[in-house]
Write a protein that binds this ligand. Structure first.
Ligand code: RIB
Length: 298
């Protein structure tokens, strides 16, 4: 039995680090590369598990070398893989990631592979029903995400939706979400409000709350984060670190936040822990591989 059920994708992230992100038509010589676990759901599951949370990852893989890499990596990180479907018909996905080693910023194309074909019938919802928190993103088909959010809500779980990558959602989603965790670009997608400062973040959060979401956390990159539940508002500054790869920082945040919530911490402490986990994750190359362990937080 797990405490947190995470629905999402695994892809093999192939990250190339160089002096800048190439422009269209340009070839540059890079420094290092990494092939490791990626996909927002996988990264979030790794973050939770490395902090000490019991996590079950619900996903779909191909029966191929990257699928094997996924199972090996997830098991090594003590993640329950019993709810991962292995498909003979589909490939495991990959992501090509360019990283600017001076700023840690990146550009990503994800080819999801097997989980793009995930259906409601393939999901065994028992694992969700037995968990305390359900965490997901927007990388698996939306009808599957909505179905699982519904099951989780009907069974009294806390629902956390990291709306990434941003895409159009119907109102049913918003009503099922306890914590909605966009970054500033995703928040702008849903509200039309460009966030340049704390006042913009507040306006954006107010608009999201009006859509039926209970609590909003907008992550603001190097500017920190803003939380609002309509009554309490909290602003937290970003942790100061030398970032070499920001890929997966949002996933580290969501994993850290879910873990802290599971441990019964008050909201401000949950946000501070998540913020720290996110900051630490940027100090290593690779998304899943860059997730910190509990001991790194002290
Ligand atoms: O959030 C970062 C992740 O987004 C990467 O690991 C990449 O695979 C994409 O899914």
């Amino acid at each position: 039995m797990s405490d947190i059920a995470v629905l999402g994708i695994f892809v093999a992230d192939i990250s190339f680090s160089g002096d800048k992100i190439p422009t269209v038509g340009e070839t540059i010589l890079g420094d290092v590369y990494n092939v490791g676990p990626g996909g927002k759901g996988c990264n979030q599951a790794i973050a939770i598990s490395r902090l000490g949370g019991k996590v079950n990852f619900i996903s779909k893989l191909g029966k191929d070398n990257y699928g094997k890499l996924a199972i090996d990596k997830l098991k090594k990180d003590n993640i329950d893989t019993s709810n991962i479907i292995i498909s003979n018909k589909h490939q495991t996905g990959v992501a090509g990631i360019h990283v600017d080693r001076n700023t840690g910023k990146n550009a990503i194309i994800v080819v999801r592979g097997a989980p793009a074909s995930l259906t409601i019938d393939e999901i065994d919802t028992n694992i969700i029903k037995k968990s305390k928190i359900f965490l997901t993103q927007l990388e698996v088909p939306l009808e599957v995400t909505l179905h699982c959010l519904r099951v989780a809500k009907e069974n009294g779980l806390i629902n956390i939706l990291n709306p990434a990558p941003a895409c159009k959602l119907n109102n049913d989603f918003f009503k099922l979400v306890d914590y909605f965790t966009p970054n500033e670009t995703e928040a702008e997608f849903y509200t039309g409000i460009k966030i340049n400062n704390e006042i913009d973040a507040k306006k954006s959060a107010q608009k999201l709350l009006k859509m039926g979401i209970k609590k909003v956390i907008i992550t603001l990159g190097e500017k920190g984060l803003f939380y609002s539940d309509g009554k309490e508002e909290i602003y937290v500054k970003a942790t100061s670190v030398k970032a070499i790869d920001t890929t997966g920082a949002g996933d580290a945040f969501n994993g850290g936040f879910s873990f802290a919530l599971l441990k019964g911490k008050k909201i401000k402490e949950c946000l501070e822990i998540a913020n720290k986990v996110a900051g630490l994750s940027t100090t290593k190359l690779g998304a899943g591989d860059g997730m910190p362990f509990l001991k790194d937080l002290s």
